[in-house]
Ligand binder design. Structure first.
Ligand code: GLN
Length: 480
């Protein structure tokens, strides 16, 4: 899609301005129902499109992403544009600088259409935790688009943007991609700079693209990856042991592992059938299928829900109404100031943070507290190492793993909001990749009888994103 649009731009079949207007028109028409965007940056988008058109008119060379309309999840800072993190506490916050990933695509000439709706501070699995109302699934308006990058997956699926930048801490790119029938990549931890990303859980967060196909995911990933001196955890990519396949439409020579722990009781029957069909497909394409085991998978969700809240509780301390965010003031009836500093904190956080965020802060501070640190946080860290070792071992045997992305297709709006635990279960197949840092990608593989998309997940060894693209593209071509 990006390559074709690029071709049309440089051959002047369409102009960047026309393309931007086309997308803005569709957003205007559909966003009131879908609610995929919190902010539409029409003026900025048209200005950027005009710049690209001038370059083309001058005969200058342009990047593949120049003039291509994109949407960005609202936890990623974009200079001069409101960046809310889906929270009331930041409802008027204008980002003073660009996140590195946003800057990279902007410098390439990307046309930023606006900011996507998301669960507050990227906590949730359905985008229902946004302070700005839920996003709808374009395949069925009564259902959720997934979360937390639900606005981003919806925008791509409904063609309100060509691609989006989302973030994935425990599945937030891959799960909404699966629910909306688009491609979603969580890169290797450290391969994309987190500078300018409003932190959820710093040791898990990664920015990743949501796209209409695998080729686009590769283009965007190549543009945003790389070492950034502003993020000490970012690294230059060192691809190791990549098997490049010789034949374009074959997987001969590839070893694909099927981890038994990802085909558990409780998984939706249609999802299981669809993923088993993909396994048959990769076999037909010549891959060797190997049954494998990642025994510590069963602890991944429990470990995630200690580490994520712990890190998030520390990261969110800055939203206190003083350093950042709206301020709740307990006013003295005659004098216009707070009685006590503690009251400012209390009022601010009580008033401007949502229930799920408060729940995570409480869980996190509890797990980190002096009496419980060893029992919870330290233990979770130790088990995390075992989960990582599982992957290390299995990748001695196979090139890539293939699993369902989610246990179910998109669920109904409101179906899980009163039961946080069932909501957390949504992440069961996605969190292991974040805990261990390996790259993973979801791509659409089938639909349920009622027309809901189903996603399949590919997981590769550290820094082997290319393996995901190689296998993903072949699956796509074989009309998955
Ligand atoms: N659903 C998970 C959570 O609520 C993952 C969120 C994410 O990846 N940002 O924490």
């Amino acid at each position: 899609m990006i390559q074709e649009l690029h071709q049309k731009l440089i051959t002047k079949e369409i102009s960047a301005t026309e393309l931007a207007r086309d997308y803005l028109r569709r957003i205007e028409e559909k966003n009131p129902v879908l609610n995929a965007f919190i902010t539409v940056a029409e003026k900025e988008a048209l200005k950027q499109a005009e710049k690209v058109d001038k370059k083309i008119a001058n005969g200058d060379e342009i990047s593949l992403l120049a003039g291509i309309p994109v949407a960005i999840k609202d936890v990623i800072m974009t200079e001069g544009i409101k960046t809310t993190a889906g929270s009331k506490i930041l409802e008027n916050y204008i980002a003073p600088y660009d996140a590195t990933a946003a800057k990279k695509i902007k410098d390439a000439g990307a046309v930023i259409l606006g900011k996507n709706n998301c669960d507050e501070f990227a906590m949730g699995s359905s985008t229902e935790n946004s302070a700005f109302g839920p996003t709808k699934n374009p395949h069925d308006l009564a259902r959720v688009p997934g979360g937390t990058s639900g606005g981003s997956s919806c925008a791509v699926a409904a063609d309100l943007s060509v691609y989006s930048l989302g973030t994935d801490t425990g599945g937030s790119v891959r799960q909404p991609a699966a629910f909306c029938g688009v491609v979603g990549l969580k890169p290797t931890y450290g391969s994309v700079s987190r500078y300018g990303l409003i932190a959820d859980a710093s040791s898990l967060d990664q920015i990743g693209p949501l796209t209409k196909n695998v080729a686009d995911a590769k283009i965007v990933f190549d543009m945003i990856k790389g070492k950034d001196e502003k993020d000490a955890t970012s690294v230059s990519l060192k691809h190791k042991n990549i098997k490049t396949l010789k034949q374009k439409d074959s997987l001969a020579g590839f070893k694909i592992g099927i981890p038994q722990e990802y085909f558990i009781k409780g998984i939706d029957a249609e999802v299981e059938i669809a993923v088993r069909e993909v396994i048959e497909k990769v076999r037909e394409l010549g891959a060797e299928i190997i049954e494998v085991s990642l025994p510590y998978t069963e602890y991944a969700l429990a470990v995630y829900y200690i580490i994520q809240p712990a890190e998030a509780s520390a990261n969110l301390a800055r939203f206190d109404g003083i350093r950042y965010g709206n301020r709740g003031i307990t006013r003295n009836t005659t004098l216009n100031y707070a009685d006590k500093l503690i009251d400012v904190y209390k009022k601010t956080r009580a008033e401007f943070l949502g229930d799920e965020v408060k729940r995570r802060i409480m869980l996190g501070t509890y797990a980190l507290s002096a009496g419980y640190y060893d029992a919870y946080y330290k233990k979770a860290g130790q088990v995390r190492t075992l989960i990582r070792k599982d992957f290390k071992k299995v990748f001695d045997k196979v090139d890539i793993l293939l699993t369902p992305t989610t246990p179910t297709p998109a669920f109904k709006l409101g179906e899980k909001t009163n039961d946080p635990l069932t909501m957390y279960l949504e992440d069961i197949f996605t969190v292991p990749a974040n805990l261990s840092g390996v790259p993973a990608m979801s791509l659409p593989c089938s639909k349920t009888k009622t027309g809901l998309p189903i996603g399949v997940q590919l997981i590769a060894p550290w820094f082997n994103e290319d393996a995901l693209f190689e296998v993903g593209e072949r699956l796509e071509k074989s009309n998955l």
